[in-house]
Write a protein that binds this ligand. Structure first.
Ligand code: PRP
Ligand code: URA
Length: 209
């Protein structure tokens, strides 16, 4: 079973509380998603592999560490995942970015895929799928299905707010995918919204409602 890790750094908790408030403006919401994503990126990249490298300082030759250059890909689930990309890229600017477009049918709550555009060598990359919300888990599961169909094998899922129902479903469907979230909330309501949550992440990020 994949692990579900709540990243509860005080800076993340503080920023997430502002993000959740209904009176937070679109501008502030966007900035906060970006900042929290960067802080999460720092934590979820903890186990990136290092290798020895010999360097010359002004004083001496020394063997130090550098990233192995393992290829990374950040894959936002559209729309709301887009808000997390820049935060990740500020840490790993050379990462490639793939896109998976998906929306939830408001009646059935089932996800509908409308776009998949990925780096050609996605099968060789460590992938971070990013989406602020893991609610019923439908979108995340379909996104991972889509990636695996194209050969991807090394996938982590990073979100800001998760519902226990979605965590369970994603873990059951894809036990090899570790989940990282800034908060594990109480439950889903009858409309599939996370309680207390933060509302509709896409609409709040882009100001569409
Ligand atoms: C939101 C969110 C996730 C999905 C989570 O997207 O960004 O992708 O819902 O819900 P689930 O776990 O129940 O699938 P939405 O469908 O609102 O699309 P949008 O980002 O285009 O607004
Ligand atoms: N998608 C959202 O944007 N918010 C929720 O609470 C659930 C799904």
């Amino acid at each position: 079973m994949g692990k579900c890790q709540v990243i509860s750094h005080p800076l993340i908790q503080h920023k997430l509380s502002i993000l959740r408030r209904e009176d937070t403006s679109t501008k502030n919401f966007r900035e906060l998603v970006n900042e929290i994503a960067m802080l999460m990126g720092y934590e979820v990249s903890r186990d990136l592999p290092l290798e020895d490298v010999e360097i010359q300082t002004p004083v001496a030759k020394t063997v130090q560490k550098q990233l192995t250059g393992k290829k990374l890909a950040i894959v936002p689930i559209l729309r709301a995942g887009i808000g997390m990309v820049d935060g990740f890229l500020s840490l790993v600017p050379a990462a490639k970015v793939g896109h998976i477009g998906m929306y939830r049918d408001e009646e059935t709550l089932e996800p509908v895929e409308y776009l998949v555009k990925l780096p050609e060598d996605i099968d060789q990359r460590q992938i971070f799928v990013v989406d602020p919300m893991l609610a019923t888990g439908g979108s995340a599961i379909l996104a991972v299905d889509s990636l695996k169909k194209r050969g991807a094998a090394n996938i982590k899922f990073v979100c800001l707010v998760a519902a226990p129902e979605g965590v369970k479903k994603l873990q059951e469907a894809h036990p090899d995918v570790d989940i990282f979230t800034a908060a594990l909330d109480e439950k889903l309501n009858d409309h599939g919204y996370i309680v207390p949550g933060l509302g509709d992440a896409g609409d709040r990020l882009f100001g569409t409602k």
